[in-house]
Design a protein around this ligand. Structure first.
Ligand code: MOS
Length: 743
């Protein structure tokens, strides 16, 4: 039988999606569904002094207006062990529990009506009066402080150091020192955040847009002070999230409160504008990088200091500087990370949080160093290859970065790059070539999965995982098909439901390494039960045969010696034993390898840009990326992940920015017309290669994880290509025509 892993099959859920049969959270229709709309604050800091809902209540069909004046007081416990997706200091927003306002756009009331139109109209008529106070709406690096100790111990320390980077920098033969800025950016998934809450007695069902049903249930249970067993969360499809649905936002709990108050199922969807304050975003970050090298380009010193904005009520922090500690071989490395508290909603992970930002600065700085050395930027990176993780002092579990450099450089035609900037022209445009290294930590969490093998020869795999687009349904089906030796079309996969075996967060590119290994373990476990069944008296040709003499292969139990003609397919075995199905559930988790190795995905990205010197417009006719993502379960879907990441990278490089109005503490372009993201015309040729890799040191399946690796490195590759085209170094994202033409 042909191996299922490695086949470029199309998405198993594709037909349901294109036929509109895939049901997303907001599309469920519990009987008696009514609609809720949020009213949000218009000040950045202060207190609500009055809420006049008389006009709102006159709108036909309005059932209730909920605010801190009448909402039930909730315990809003914080779990002893905070969820990995939540900030470690401060407290999440406790909606409708008091009059305090912490940012502009904070939900302050909720209107429930029989129709969405009625609720929208009534929400506009709620009059809220405030006693405003002074808030912090300006990003001020000077006011920044180190992270709280709990944040630091969760992998975001204020400082790290090896050797003496500042002394080594002062003595280095060649150095660069520059500041890089990236604005606040928003996820802007097509599907908005939406929750449907339905109570049946004291049991709550939530249809929610989430990347983690199990945590959603836990957070809602803690906020409401009810038991997790009273809650079921259902989320079979997610229409893009990019990190915005990792944690449970206040509106989810608001929907649960509202449904209990009006005794009807309630649907609460954030408007596009509310998505800019009701959920998180990528925080604005400023970074200084200083690099020192000897004349041969060997790094002597690396200093990386980053400052990010965070909310005053809770402390979201990122791993912005972490990549720098291990990206290159260097004895002297110092990093610093600081936070500037502001009256803003809490930021949150977005598309390779921290890592993509840090790599933008580091890889632009490396290009600047190559210029200072008059050295090929690829050669500079090869000379500083880190053959082990110098920060953790571990060998890599696998590292094919050099193969990525070679593969991408060759496909791209890097040898044609002019070393002298501003010398290549095509069709009246300035042409430039740039490149960057990319890496993303490979992580793995405990996960479980169950397998049912049926008498009709099919199998069903279940795990409370999520699929926000990367293809979990498909890749897990392939893993099960491979392990069970059954055709892909005989396998079903169910996810997105707290009634299923526990799965970790669908984020950090960990799903394949986590859930994939659980699926593999569950398949192995059901196979051993099938062998036991085959050996049982009266079950057929293998009754009484020794355990060691039987194996499962190609969807059948057979003799290990491989004698043909005697194989009993699983379905037939079950029928002979009078069973309709056989189940097994297994758990898989990381082990000692975490203490022995550092694991990371790696890649190299090359960009060509065409710049119109008169208009300042920048085009990216092609990107070439080569990646080491471990074993590739499905090259078609993995490529799809990578081109998605590349498009996100083009957005970050050229377009994306929340325009901040510091007078009102509000994003001005909070809509898809003015917050720019790439459209088809902005995207040229995207070329993706996976280098041979199979990381069994990291996990039995040999995968590392794709997705976030692919957005990292794109913005610096494009910026470095712009330098090569024009001789202009851009250090502030996005690289707009105005910035290119300025000065
Ligand atoms: Mo990702 S930002 O961990 O969904």
């Amino acid at each position: 039988m042909r191996s299922a892993i490695g086949q470029p099959i199309s998405r198993v859920d594709g037909p349901a999606k294109v036929r509109g049969q895939a049901r997303y959270a907001g599309e469920f229709q519990p009987h008696g569904l009514v609609h809720a709309v949020l009213v949000t604050s218009t000040i950045v800091q202060g207190r609500i002094i009055a809420i006049d809902d008389s006009e709102a209540l006159r709108v036909p069909g309005v059932m209730a207006v909920i605010s801190h004046l009448n909402a039930p007081r909730l315990p809003w416990h914080i779990p002893e062990q905070r969820p990995v997706v939540d900030p470690k200091a401060g407290e999440p927003l406790h909606l409708f529990q008091g009059p305090e306002v912490h940012f502009n756009g904070q939900p302050v009331a909720l209107v429930i009506a029989g129709t969405l139109e009625g609720a929208t109209e009534a929400a506009a008529r709620v009059q809220v009066s405030y006693a405003p106070a002074n808030g912090v709406t300006m990003f001020d690096e000077a006011s920044a402080r180190p992270p709280h100790p709990d944040t630091a111990s969760a992998g975001r320390p204020g400082t790290t150091s090896r050797g003496d980077a500042d002394a080594a920098l002062a003595q280095a033969a060649v150095r660069i020192d520059a500041t890089y800025r990236q604005p606040r950016e928003h996820h802007n998934a097509i599907e908005p955040h939406v929750t449907i809450a339905a109570w049946d007695g004291d049991h709550l069902t939530l249809y929610d847009k989430t990347q983690w049903v199990d945590n959603d249930r836990q957070e809602v249970a803690h906020a409401l002070g009810i038991s997790e067993s009273q809650i079921r969360v259902i989320s079979p499809f997610v229409g893009g999230a990019f990190g915005s649905a990792l944690r449970t936002w206040p509106h989810v709990i608001a929907a649960a409160i509202a449904a209990r108050e009006v005794r009807r199922p309630v649907r609460l969807e954030l408007t596009r504008r509310q998505l800019y304050s009701g959920i998180g975003f990528r925080p604005r970050t400023e970074q200084r990088i200083a690099l020192g090298a000897d004349r041969d380009g060997r790094l002597q010193a690396v200093v990386h200091e980053a400052t990010a904005q965070t909310a005053r009520y809770e402390e979201y922090a990122e791993t912005t500087v972490n990549t720098t500690t291990k990206a290159y071989a260097c004895r002297n490395v110092r990093t610093a990370y600081r936070l500037a508290d502001m009256n803003i909603n809490s930021p949150c992970p977005m598309r390779a949080p921290g890592t993509v930002t840090g790599i933008f600065a580091l890889e632009t700085a490396m290009d600047e160093l190559a210029v200072a050395l008059n050295m090929d930027p690829l050669e500079l990176r090869l000379r500083n290859f880190a053959d082990h993780d110098q920060h953790q002092q571990h060998p890599w579990s696998s590292n094919e970065l050099q193969a990525c450099y070679r593969a991408a450089a060759e496909k791209f035609g890097w040898h044609r790059r002019p070393q002298q900037p501003g010398t290549l022209r095509h069709d009246g445009k300035q042409v430039g070539y740039g490149m960057a290294m990319t890496m993303y930590p490979a992580n793995r969490e405990a996960a479980s999965a169950s397998v049912s093998v049926f008498a009709n020869g099919t199998a069903l795999i279940r795990s409370a995982a999520s699929d926000m687009g990367p293809g979990t349904y498909t890749s897990m089906t392939q893993v099960a098909a491979e392990c069970l030796g059954l055709p892909v079309d005989k396998i079903g996969f169910e996810l997105g439901d707290t009634d299923l075996p526990v799965a970790p967060v669908h984020g950090g590119s960990i799903t394949m390494a986590s859930v994939g290994n659980a699926v593999m373990a569950a398949c192995r476990s059901v196979e051993s039960r099938l062998i036991d069944l085959a050996r049982a008296p009266g079950s057929g040709p293998f009754a009484g045969v020794k355990l060691a003499d039987l194996v499962c292969r190609d969807g059948a139990v057979m003799r290990a010696s491989g004698a043909v003609g005697e194989a009993v397919p699983y379905g037939e075995l079950l029928r002979r034993c009078g069973l309709s199905k056989l189940d097994s559930e297994s758990h898989a988790e990381p082990g000692e390898e975490e203490e022995q190795f550092s694991s990371s995905a790696f890649g190299a990205v090359f960009a060509e840009v065409h710049v119109d010197a008169g208009l300042g417009t920048i085009r990216v006719p092609r990107l070439v990326g080569a990646y080491d993502i471990g074993r590739v379960v499905n090259p078609k879907i993995a490529r799809s992940q990578c081109i998605g990441g590349m498009v996100g990278g083009i957005g970050m490089a050229l377009l994306e920015a929340a325009e901040w109005d510091a007078r009102f503490g509000r994003v001005m372009n909070s809509n898809l017309a003015e917050y720019l993201v790439p459209v088809c015309a902005d995207v040229g040729e995207l070329d993706v290669t996976f280098v041979a890799s199979d990381d069994r040191n990291f996990n039995p399946l040999g995968v590392k994880g794709v997705a976030e690796i692919a957005i990292c490195g794109v913005a610096p590759a494009i910026g470095n290509a712009i330098y090569n085209a024009t001789g202009r170094r851009l250090r502030d994202l996005p690289f707009t025509p105005a910035r290119l033409l300025a000065g």
